[in-house]
Design a protein around this ligand. Structure first.
Ligand SMILES: NC(=O)C1=CN([C@@H]2O[C@H](COP(=O)(O)OP(=O)(O)OC[C@H]3O[C@@H](n4cnc5c(N)ncnc54)[C@H](OP(=O)(O)O)[C@@H]3O)[C@@H](O)[C@H]2O)C=CC1
Ligand SMILES: O=C(O)CCC(=O)C(=O)O
Length: 480
């Protein structure tokens, strides 16, 4: 695939022509120019927010059936075009074609799920403490939402932020991440094709300045952000300054505990999936493998063998299991942390070397590092690459303490055949999501998603929880 796309902002239902000074290149083959990109700024954000503000009253008052039908149709179109969209996504982001198509289907399912939720918006009837008085609660749309999205799920995350915002009657200004604007633009185009009225969903393409302008805009009622902890903290501070709503999904340092009583083969496959698939570029990736002494050496040897067999290559090659990092910066972050781990006394069991493949891309050798300490940097800082480290522990209690002992708390996994430990782990793991005998990564689209501690801030995303952030509750009292 060599065609180059010329991207546009979408403001008030129109593609806005602009200079295209930036570019997005295929991380599997940097000779391939995926897209020429506009570089929006404050002016485009102002125009987009004006359009979203003007579109809000009619969209907020539209029948839920209208909103539902549009989201449902968009979901159908996304799923019908899964091959084409998945290919664009993989070409732009670097995850394998199977992962790109899988993510596209997930985005379609998200749109359809929220098509249903649009019809299920409900309140409560309560008895008042005062005789003769009735109380109803209603959920109402809030206004214009700013959605700042990351590159690692370039269609699913824009879909799972935009769909609930739109389903519940809000309007949107969205900013895609620098490396993956083409996939986001394709989604926005489909939502318009499905019948979204002008101004309801706007897209401004550009670097971090666009995100900052969205956060600072007085007419943006709420901001939903996914990305790094550092940027997220600034987004929260900016939103709080003007009392806007804010929801942040940030990093993880997700533990996978493997106990002596685990089925070895199963534990290895769970670790392989959670740590390495999608090139480890998932906030839910298992980057700390906390392994009990009795199974430790067998687990490390068996996992190393599987990691050695992983086929790293261009995302669109059907034989590839691990695509490249999204960018040179992400590749270098992985190699920098591998060096950090070596410097801290970690033993590189497999990987860790530079890769030279037939196409110039940002490839990283999947890497397993053993004999690391819980308090080392490799076990406390997010790498966001195909790199995992093991920590040896004597028992479950030590494993749990280490699992809980980092600043993040997104997803936590346990592999065991002990029901007692499984139940205890579900209660005591300091994480928003626990996974027993499952990879830490790979979540369903119809249930709440989010973490504790520095991983997340604000109401949960996705599933039935999304209504909290994207609506406001009104309480109405009446007497006959
Ligand atoms: N939780 C997750 O799923 C993700 C976590 N990360 C973590 O972040 C690290 C770095 O990735 P990176 O892409 O740089 O993440 P960032 O946090 O920089 O980017 C996330 C989004 O925020 C935007 N942004 C950047 N600066 C600002 C700002 N000042 N105000 C508002 N929005 C802003 C980005 O735009 P632009 O791209 O144009 O700069 C992008 O759309 C990764 O290694 C990983 O650790 C990254 C992505 C997803
Ligand atoms: O693990 C998943 O399925 C979702 C991961 C995710 O949302 C993220 O990495 O941002």
């Amino acid at each position: 695939m060599t065609d180059t796309l010329d991207l546009s902002h979408w403001i008030n239902g129109e593609k806005v022509r602009a200079d295209l000074p930036s570019e997005s290149r295929n991380p599997s083959d940097t000779r391939d120019l995926v897209a020429r990109i506009p570089d929006g700024g404050v002016d485009e954000v102002n125009a987009a927010v004006d359009a979203a503000k003007a579109a809000f009253p009619a969209w907020a008052e539209a029948s839920p059936e209208v909103r539902s039908d549009i989201l449902d149709k968009a979901g159908t179109l996304v799923m019908e075009r899964r091959e084409q969209l998945g290919r664009l996504l993989s070409r732009e982001e670097g995850k394998t074609l199977a992962e790109g198509i899988g993510e596209t289907v997930r985005a379609g399912r998200v749109l359809k799920y929220f098509a249903g939720e649009a019809l299920r918006l409900h309140g409560q009837n309560l008895a008042s403490v005062r005789p003769g008085v009735e109380i109803q609660t209603y959920r109402q749309p809030v206004g214009v939402f700013g959605l700042i999205t990351p590159w690692n799920f370039p269609i699913a995350i824009p879909a799972w932020k935009a769909a609930p915002a739109l389903a519940f009657g809000n309007t949107v200004v969205m900013k895609p991440a620098g490396p993956t604007p083409a996939t986001a633009e394709a989604l926005v185009a489909i939502l318009h094709e499905a019948g979204l009225p002008n101004g309801v969903l706007n897209l401004v393409i550009g670097r971090g300045g666009v995100g900052q302008a969205i956060v600072d805009h007085p007419d943006v009622a709420g901001v939903s952000f996914t990305g790094s902890q550092g940027v997220g903290a600034g987004v929260a501070a900016g939103a709080a300054k003007r009392q806007a709503r804010v929801q942040l999904e940030m990093g993880g340092k997700n533990p996978l505990i493997v106990l002596d009583d685990a089925d070895l083969d199963r534990a290895v496959m769970i670790a392989l999936d959670g740590s390495y698939y999608a090139t480890g570029q998932r906030c839910t990736a298992s980057s700390r493998l906390i392994v009990q002494d009795g199974i430790h050496d067998r687990f490390v040897a068996a996992l190393a063998e599987k990691v050695a067999g992983l086929r790293v290559g261009p995302a669109l090659d059907p034989n590839t299991q691990i695509g490249p990092a999204v960018s040179e910066a992400q590749r270098e972050t992985s190699y920098r942390y591998i060096d950090v781990a070596r410097g801290e006394g970690g033993r590189v069991v497999i990987g860790g070397e530079r890769l030279s493949l037939d196409t110039p891309g940002w490839y990283v050798q999947p890497t397993l590092i053993a004999d690391t300490h819980a308090d080392s940097r490799i076990n406390n800082e997010e790498v966001f690459g195909p790199v995992a480290s093991t920590i040896r522990v004597k028992d479950y209690e030590e494993a749990l303490a280490i699992a809980n002992g980092v600043e993040f708390g997104l997803s936590a996994g346990l592999v065991t055949s002990s029901l007692k430990h499984a139940r205890d782990f579900q209660r005591r793991a300091l994480a928003g999501m626990t996974m027993v005998n499952l990879p830490t990564a790979g979540v369903d689209y119809h249930v709440p998603f989010g973490g504790t501690k520095s991983s997340s801030y604000g109401p949960r995303e996705q599933g039935f929880a999304a209504v909290e952030f994207f609506t406001r509750t009104k309480t109405s009292y009446s007497a006959g």
